[in-house]
Design a protein around this ligand. Structure first.
Ligand code: SF4
Length: 570
């Protein structure tokens, strides 16, 4: 269904749901009034905050308001949070800084929850977090709480009903509305809930505050045309929408100009890219076009869907020097019967065939996957087939999940739900096998020389172990010994004249130790190349001279690297 939405800055055909909640005399909102209309609904009601009059507010010092964005879920959400951050900073908000002692004695003016609906108990966790903030907000006039992302898209007005102290609820299709909604909630002193049923503008055109100086996500598409029965994503993110290749490449070039060395092309089904404009070879061509961007050292993508995985993509990976020989391709189950029940349109043989062709074209490729254990109706025989595929595929890593009911998905009401105890027991066996195989695969790299893009924040024990951490070309995590370099005295091991190694630089090391989930290189650094990414990181972390972070239209700014997040999907 479509309708006219007239209030926002961009006019598009979409259904808009607006909910206005009123506050009681204590500043806590009471039962909201819900309106679903074809045209934008704006409340004319006013109500008292009971804390601060408009006159008082006008007299309040106009210090910039601080914000914090709390992100849950996959890479899509991590990247969306970069956009929310960019939007807020463009609107004049500044990042909230925690107390140096870590004590939560102060709070930001605005807290934004970017939620995930895929994880188990996501809603309970959200309402728990919102509950913690209720007394804080009651003590702190002017504080605002916003909830966005997949759970907001799904639960909509329920959020302000269950947590009436929330100021703004926005969905996955209208991230760009956040600053307007916050302002409207503040001025009108009532909750704003705005959910659109279709994309307003492609999110990559929104201002973005990139979290990393050297690595960046770049969306090629949003949404998904599949209907996996365990997944709520299609109903929350909508049908696949593809960005034009020229826009994607322009964004990648802009990132490289800013010093980024590595981009990860992001889509729910990255390899169906092109379906919207009718070009089935578009994704392979996009990879090859990335190969022509000077200064772009590494290209990755996540996540491809096995049903659509084509040989031209394998060829593009193998023949484009800056496309990494790494493939994360969700398996979900090794049983054809379960795959059918999941409505995944490939079968075990097809999956293994892709892996074989990838390995033939790129013998050094590292493969990883997602697997769900205990899907409704999964028998011991089905599970044994999953173990077989894992043995055959020899994954370098696997994200393993115990199936649990996700309300709103077809699988939630399927008969033969597997008892939790059985799911757990199978899960333990799977994890044991996955770890065993990844350890063996990692041991094959002992003594080999690997190139690392030095990372920041990925080695939790680095300070204690006097190491730094980087990602190999195949995405393996490698902790390496930090060379002891006297200031101004060149190190013989370093081609950079003994300069300090910085996140964003490239180094080469030899692997000395293998563990199931990481490698260690405790010998000397064999080569160190200072990069523009390292310069960008250094500029970002230098003591401030005068500036705030630059925020531009889809353009990068610099910061700490993005956290590793589970697969975007596929
Ligand atoms: Fe689409 Fe991935 Fe969800 Fe399947 S699991 S419906 S491919 S988003």
């Amino acid at each position: 269904m479509e309708g006219v939405r007239s209030e926002l800055l961009v006019h598009r055909w979409s259904l808009c749901v607006v909910v206005n909640g009123k506050r009681n005399h204590r500043g806590i909102r009471v039962a909201p009034r819900v309106a679903v209309r074809w045209a934008t609904v704006m409340s004319t009601e006013t109500s008292s905050l009971g804390r601060e009059t408009p006159t008082e507010r006008a007299a309040r010092p106009t210090e910039p308001r601080t914000y914090e964005v709390r992100t849950y879920g996959c890479q899509m959400n991590v990247h969306d949070s970069e956009r929310l951050t960019g939007l807020l900073e463009e609107a004049g908000y500044v990042p909230f800084e925690q107390s140096p002692d870590g004590e939560q004695t102060r709070y930001p003016d605005v807290v934004v929850f970017n939620t995930c609906a895929v994880r188990e108990n996501a809603d309970n966790k959200l309402y728990g977090n919102l509950g913690h903030l209720a007394p804080v907000k009651a003590r702190r006039p002017g504080m605002q709480i916003a909830v966005g992302g997949c759970l907001a898209q799904k639960d909509r007005a329920t959020i302000t009903r269950k947590a009436p102290w929330v100021d703004v609820v926005f969905g996955t299709h209208n991230l760009g509305s956040l600053p307007v909604l916050l302002e409207r909630a503040r001025v009108q002193e009532e909750a704003q809930v705005e959910i659109l049923e279709s994309l307003e503008v492609f999110p990559s055109t929104l201002p973005t505050r990139r979290e990393s100086a050297y690595a960046a996500w770049v969306s090629v598409s949003v949404g998904c045309n599949n209907t996996c029965t365990f997944c709520i994503v299609p109903s929350l993110r909508g049908k696949e929408r593809d960005r034009r290749p020229g826009d994607i490449l322009a964004e990648v070039r802009a990132l490289v100009d800013e010093g980024v060395s590595e981009v990860t092309l992001l889509g729910q089904n990255v390899n169906t890219y092109g379906v919207e404009f009718g070009d089935r070879r578009a994704f392979g061509q996009l990879l090859r076009a990335c190969g022509e961007i000077e200064g772009l050292e590494r290209v990755r993508f996540t996540s491809p869907h096995p049903a659509e995985f084509r040989d031209d993509v394998i060829a593009a990976m193998a023949e484009t020097p800056n496309v990494m020989h790494q493939l994360h391709m969700p398996l979900q189950s090794g049983s054809d019967r379960v795959l059918r029940a999941m409505r995944r349109s490939y079968r075990r043989e097809k999956y293994l065939g892709i892996i074989e062709r990838v390995r033939t074209a790129m013998p050094d490729a590292a493969l990883s996957t997602d697997i769900i254990v205990g899907f409704p109706g999964e028998t011991e025989e089905d599970f044994a087939q999953t173990l077989e595929v894992v043995r055959e595929a020899r994954f370098a890593a696997a994200f393993t999940f115990q199936y649990s009911i996700r309300p709103g998905t077809p699988a939630a009401t399927m008969p033969d739900q597997v008892p939790p105890g059985v799911v757990r027991e199978r899960y333990d066996r799977l994890v044991e096998l996955v770890n065993e195989i990844s350890w063996v695969e990692n041991q094959k790299l002992l003594g080999s020389r690997v190139e690392l893009l030095v990372a920041e924040g990925e080695g939790r024990k680095d300070a204690a172990t006097h190491r730094m951490t980087g990602r190999a070309r195949d995405n393996r995590l490698v902790h390496f010994a930090t060379p002891r370099v006297e200031v101004g005295v060149p190190s013989p091991a370093s081609s950079s004249g003994g300069a300090r190694i910085r996140p964003g630089d490239l180094v080469e090391v030899a692997v000395t130790h293998a563990a199931p989930h990481h490698l260690v290189a405790d010998g000397p650094v064999l080569r160190h190349r200072r990069t523009r990414s390292g310069d960008a990181w250094e500029a970002r972390t230098a003591p401030p001279t005068n500036t705030t972070n630059v925020v531009g239209l889809g353009m990068p700014t610099l910061g700490t690297p993005p956290p590793l997040a589970p697969s975007a999907c596929g």
